[in-house]
Design a protein around this ligand. Structure first.
Ligand code: ATP
Ligand code: MG
Length: 289
C-alpha cells in the first residue's frame, strides 16, 4: 500500500497530495485566542468536513467547487480507515488565487474597529451611526492577502486586490477581482439567508478560490464552517454589543476565567463545545451526525 504524509499541516487541517487530487483532512484540533489548545474536540473535524460538503452541494448552482468526494472508498487505500473516515475531502488540485476573499454581512471584529476609527472598512465607506454587530445594508467584500504562517493577514482595498491579481495574472487582474468579488457576495448571501432562517447568523466568512486547468474560477478550501466564519446564535442576537460565538464561547469564557490553564480545557468544556458544533450541523442540514 502506498503511504502518504501530509504535504502541509495547518493549524487544524492536514493536506495530502494524492497525485491527481488533494485530500484535505480536518483534525479535531481547536484554536482560540491564536493558540492551539492541548485538547482535541472529538469529532469536530468530521462536523467541519460534513458542513463544508453540505455548503458545496448547496452552492453548486452558483459556483463550481473543488469537491470530488468525501467517501474514503473513493480515495487511495491509505485513507480507507477510521482515522480518515468522515473528516476527509478529496478535491481537485487548483492553482490558488493569492487572496482571502472575506465578506462581511455584519459589522464586528476588525471591521468594527476600523469603522469606529475611519467610518470605512477596507476602503468602503459605510453609513453613519452603525452599531456594533449590526447587519450591513448589503454584504461587503473586504479581501486580504494571505500571510505566511505566523503573520496576520493584511486587509486590502478592492483596488489593491486587482493589483495583487494582476501581478500573478497579467491582463486578468480586473476580470478575476470582479469575478471573485461577485461570487463571494453571491455565495455568502445565499448561505447566510438560509442559515439565518435556521437559527444561525453567519456574520462574516472567508472563501478561497483557485483556477482549474481550463482557467475557470473554482471555489476551494473549506466553506462556511465555524473555523472559516463567525457563527452567532440568532437567539439572543442584539445590536450594540459583541455577540457570543456559536461554537467557541464556552472555550473562550473558560480560558479567560482561567488564564493559567496553559490552554488545557476540562472535560465538561470539551463536551459542551462538541455539542455546539453538532447542534450547528443539525440546524443547518436537518440531519444528525
Ligand atoms: P490556517 O491554519 O491559518 O488556515 P493554512 O491556510 O496555511 O493555515 P490550511 O488552511 O490547513 O492551512 O491549508 C490548506 C491549504 O490548501 C491552503 O493553503 C489553501 O489555500 C490550500 N487549498 C485549498 N483548496 C485547494 C485546492 N483545491 N487546490 C490547491 N490548494 C488548495
Ligand atoms: Mg487556511
Amino acid at each position: 500500500m502506498k503511504e502518504y504524509t501530509p504535504v502541509k499541516e495547518g493549524k487544524v487541517r492536514e493536506l495530502y497530495d494524492a497525485d491527481d487530487s488533494l485530500i484535505m483532512v480536518a483534525t479535531d484540533r481547536i484554536s482560540a485566542f491564536d493558540h492551539i489548545l492541548q485538547n482535541d474536540i472529538v469529532d469536530k473535524g468530521v462536523v467541519l468536513t460534513q458542513m463544508s460538503k453540505f455548503w458545496f452541494d448547496f452552492t453548486s448552482d452558483v459556483v463550481p467547487n473543488h469537491m470530488i468526494s468525501t467517501d474514503v472508498n473513493d480515495m487511495p487505500e491509505f485513507f480507507r480507515n477510521e482515522k480518515f473516515e468522515g473528516r476527509s475531502m478529496m478535491c481537485r488540485k487548483l492553482e490558488m488565487l493569492p487572496l482571502e476573499c472575506i465578506v462581511r454581512g455584519y459589522i464586528t471584529g476588525s471591521g468594527w474597529a476600523s469603522y469606529q476609527e475611519t467610518g470605512e472598512v477596507c476602503g468602503i465607506k459605510l453609513p453613519e451611526g452603525l452599531q456594533e454587530s449590526q447587519q450591513l445594508p448589503e454584504p461587503i467584500f473586504t479581501p486580504s492577502t494571505k500571510a505566511e504562517i505566523g503573520d496576520h493577514d493584511e486587509n486590502i482595498s478592492y483596488e489593491k486586490s486587482i493589483e495583487v491579481l494582476e501581478r500573478d495574472y497579467p491582463g486578468h487582474g480586473e476580470e478575476y477581482a470582479a469575478k471573485v468579488r461577485d461570487l463571494t457576495i453571491a455565495v455568502y448571501k445565499k448561505c447566510a439567508d438560509y442559515a439565518r432562517e435556521h437559527g444561525i447568523i453567519i456574520a462574516d466568512t472567508k472563501f478561497e478560490f483557485g483556477l482549474d486547468e481550463n482557467g475557470e474560477i473554482v471555489l476551494a478550501d473549506e466553506v462556511l464552517t465555524p473555523d472559516s466564519s463567525r457563527f452567532w446564535p440568532l437567539e439572543g442576537y442584539e445590536v450594540g454589543k459583541s455577540q457570543p460565538s456559536y461554537d467557541k464561547q464556552f472555550v473562550r469564557d473558560w480560558l479567560k476565567a482561567n488564564p493559567d490553564s496553559d490552554y488545557k480545557l476540562p472535560q465538561d468544556v470539551i463536551d459542551k463545545t462538541i455539542a455546539k458544533y453538532k447542534e450547528a450541523y443539525t440546524l443547518l442540514t436537518g440531519k444528525e451526525l
